[in-house]
Structure formats: structure tokens, C-alpha cells
Design a protein around this ligand. Structure first.
Ligand code: IPE
Ligand code: IPE
Ligand code: MG
Length: 240
């Protein structure tokens, strides 16, 4: 995440940003196909964009960001595509580990990443360990992540502990994202109007933003436009 040069649209109020933004990065495959390229080049371009957008989120001063990188259902894809995605993520983490540390950015993971290939598990463990004391920004990568899987694990953990859960906050503590606040704002690219098993528990009061733009083409400017839209919402949380 190299330092970005910050241009802020004048309608954007930097004092009212979401604390936690989450992004369902969809449309890499279609972005590539539209250009006559193999799908994995779409994932490569998607990863380049991930870097750009993480840097921008960090520069804007947002504290937490979650990116949906690989779902528990994405194992249904051809093995070659899966391997390609994992290699791209591994190289990214290896190349940027020092930069995260330098910028005080902590990397955490939602999802059972121990099921991933050993080289990727090693890269993930390395970056988690290296950045564990960083506190300026938290990047949460949802990888081998599914909301239902996460809830089932939490329920089983509660059963194991043998005591009833008395409130939602207690249940949240059993989730992968126990150290993060719930996402205030969730963006999904590529025009699909669904959540595809993402943060089912945490999204109870999230604001949503859907855009037709494919993930590799989702720009810093479009992120700012989405944030301006977020700032127009009145969040009521059940009140009036
Ligand atoms: C999102 O892009 C990345 C992952 C799910 C890993 P897709 O690969 O789903 O792209 P489309 O939806 O097929 O265009
Ligand atoms: C959601 O996208 C998962 C990620 C972005 C990692 P998908 O492309 O897997 O979702 P569906 O299959 O269109 O619902
Ligand atoms: Mg998709």
C-alpha cells in the first residue's frame, strides 16, 4: 500500500466517514471476459485495484476495512481459477508486508484460512504476526469466508463453552471479526443485488451501496461518490 496523493471531492465530509467499510469485490471475471482476456487476468487486475482502494481508504482516515476475497462457495470454481486467485493473494501479501507494517496497518483474516494451500497459509501467518501490534488501520481479508459457516462455528463454540449467550454483543465476540465493529457501509460492485453469504450477522444495520462497475474498474473517485451517498443516509437503528 504505497502512499497515495489525496484528492477529496468537496461534497465529502471527512469528519463523517464510516468507521468500518466492507466491500464485496465482484466482477473480475466479467471485466476480463469483456476484454477478451482469461478470467485470472481479471483477478490480477482486481488485486491491483484492491491495493489502490485500500490505500485510498487508509488515506481518507477510515479505521477498518473488510474485503470479500474468496467465499466458502468459491471452491465450486475450476481448480485453475482457484489456484490463480490464491497465488495472486499470496504474492500481494508477501510484497506488501513491510509496507503494511510501515504504515501501522494491521492485517487480520475472517474465514478458516488453514484450509488454504500451505504457501498462502504461511504468508497469511507471516503478515498477521508482523502487523499484530499496528493500530492505525485494520485490514480484514475475508478469505474462505462464509457468513453461515461463521455463525455455525460461533454456535458450536458457545455449546462447547456450555453457557447460554445472553445478548448479541456476546455472540459477536465468538465471530471471526470479534475485534472489529460491525460494518457501517457495505459496497458491492458488478451490478449483482445480493449479499452472497457475506457478514450475515454483522450487517444487521449496515447501509448498502450497489454499483454496476466491475471491481477492477471501481475507482477512488467512485469510492468517494459512494461515501457521499452514505453521508446522505439517516441511520435510525430502529429509533425515529
Ligand atoms: C469476484 O469476481 C472475485 C471472486 C469471487 C473471487 P468474480 O470472479 O466473481 O467475477 P464475475 O462475477 O464472474 O464477473
Ligand atoms: C461473492 O462473489 C464472493 C466474493 C466477492 C469473494 P461471487 O461472484 O462468488 O457471488 P455470486 O456467486 O455471484 O453470488
Ligand atoms: Mg462474481
Amino acid at each position: 500500500m504505497p502512499a497515495g496523493k489525496l484528492h477529496v471531492l468537496k461534497q465529502l465530509d471527512l469528519s463523517r466517514l464510516p468507521t468500518h467499510i466492507a466491500i464485496i469485490m465482484d466482477g473480475n471475471g466479467r471485466w476480463a471476459t469483456k476484454r477478451g482476456l482469461p478470467r485470472n487476468l481479471g483477478h490480477k487486475a482486481g488485486c491491483e485495484n484492491l491495493k489502490r482502494i485500500i490505500t485510498h481508504i487508509y488515506d481518507l482516515g477510515i479505521k477498518y476495512a473488510t474485503f470479500f476475497t474468496f467465499s466458502t462457495e468459491n471452491w465450486k470454481r475450476p481448480q485453475e481459477e482457484i489456484d490463480g486467485i490464491f497465488n495472486i493473494v499470496r504474492d500481494y501479501l508477501d510484497e506488501d508486508a513491510e509496507e503494511f507494517l510501515r504504515r501501522g496497518a494491521k492485517v487480520v483474516v475472517s474465514g478458516d484460512y488453514t484450509r488454504l494451500p500451505p504457501d498462502l497459509v504461511k504468508s497469511i501467518n507471516n503478515i498477521i504476526e508482523k502487523t499484530k501490534d499496528c493500530d492505525r488501520f485494520t485490514l480484514n481479508l475475508a478469505i474462505n469466508y462464509g457468513g453461515r459457516d461463521e455463525i455455525l462455528r460461533a454456535v458450536n463454540e458457545a455449546i462447547k463453552q456450555g453457557k447460554p449467550i445472553s445478548n448479541p454483543a456476546e455472540f459477536s465476540k465468538l465471530l471471526y471479526s470479534s475485534d472489529l465493529p460491525d460494518p457501517d457501509f457495505i459496497i458491492r460492485t458488478s451490478g449483482e443485488m445480493r449479499v452472497s453469504n457475506f457478514m450475515l450477522w454483522q450487517m444487521a444495520y449496515s447501509e448498502f451501496y450497489f454499483t454496476k462497475t466491475y471491481w477492477p474498474a471501481f475507482s477512488e473517485r467512485e469510492l468517494q461518490l459512494a461515501l457521499i451517498d452514505f453521508q446522505k443516509r439517516k441511520r435510525r437503528f430502529g429509533s425515529i
